[in-house]
Design a protein. Structure first.
Length: 255
């Protein structure tokens, strides 16, 4: 069995506070793998360590069998690891399309600003990038919004834009930190459908940190439960829903 991403015996402390305590996690290629757990369990810290924003005190991270524990975040992004954040990371004041173009210009930032300020819209490279950006917007159903300014979009569409920006990097794995937070039921359902489609059609593996249990249970194939920095349980959504320890530690908490 080969895993796309493997986290092994990972520990992390902030000051004297141990936030992750020997966490193991294995993510199969082509799956949606949910990571759930109460607030403060260490989920965001785990994502930060996977994409290189934080370094662990102990343990290793492997991507396609390669030890990436000490690689810089940009290098991990180039290898195919993309993520979105718990708080929105879009540029307001720019249009939806321009936001995706920024992602596409990640390797050539001056090109973007030059075209933005000098109005260099009609050179072939520029046209090519616009077309690419439109393609990624279509993937998340945002094509009709392409020329809208970002701050005019409802929360759900801003989230989808963030996902469009992340998939514009053509990642193999997408790390999502609570993408349904602040979304209404309809927006959450749309989000779920888009994530499923990205996984099934685009073969993007997804590590989904999420509090919305209905969404988690509907779209993921595997669930890992983190509690006080330790893996409390893992299994299929059904197994997790039935696990008495999980119910006690987590699912019961919010109802
Ligand atoms: N940079 C930091 N410095 C100090 N403590 C932190 C830092 N980041 C997270 N923590 C602490 O680590 C614990 C886990 O946080 P986090 O990973 O954000 O949990 P979750 O995403 O599961 O809610 C929390 O107690 C939080 O206060
Ligand atoms: Mg968090």
């Amino acid at each position: 069995m080969s895993f796309l991403l493997e986290v092994s015996h990972l520990s992390k402390a902030f000051g004297g506070h141990e936030v992750l305590k020997g966490v193991n996690l294995r993510i199969k290629q082509g799956t949606i793998h949910a990571l759930i757990g109460p607030n403060g369990a260490g989920k965001t810290t785990l994502l930060n360590i996977i994409n290189g924003l934080e370094t662990p005190n102990k343990g290793r991270v492997f991507f396609k069998g390669k030890d990436i524990t000490s690689l810089a975040p940009e290098k991990r992004a180039k290898l195919g690891i993309a993520r979105t954040f718990q708080l929105l990371e879009v540029f307001s004041g720019l249009t939806v399309l321009e936001n995706v173009m920024i992602s596409l210009y990640a390797k050539n930032p001056w090109g973007f600003f030059k075209s933005l300020f000098l109005g260099d819209y009609f050179n072939p490279q520029e046209r090519d990038l616009r077309e690419k950006a439109l393609f990624f917007l279509k993937e998340v159903n945002l094509l009709p919004r392409a020329h809208e300014e970002v701050q005019n979009l409802p929360a759900g569409e801003q989230k989808l834009l963030e996902i469009a920006r992340a998939i514009a990097l053509e990642p193999e794995i997408l790390l999502l930190d609570e993408p349904a937070a602040g979304l209404n039921n309809r927006e959450t359902r749309v989000l779920g459908e888009i994530l499923k489609k990205l996984c099934e059609n685009k073969k993007i593996t997804i590590l989904l940190v999420e509090h919305d249990m209905e969404l988690v249970m509907k779209i993921s194939q595997h669930v890992t439960v983190l509690n006080f920095g330790e893996v409390l349980a893992e299994g299929t959504p059904l197994e997790i829903q039935k696990n008495p320890e999980v119910i006690r530690a987590y699912l019961g908490e919010e109802t």
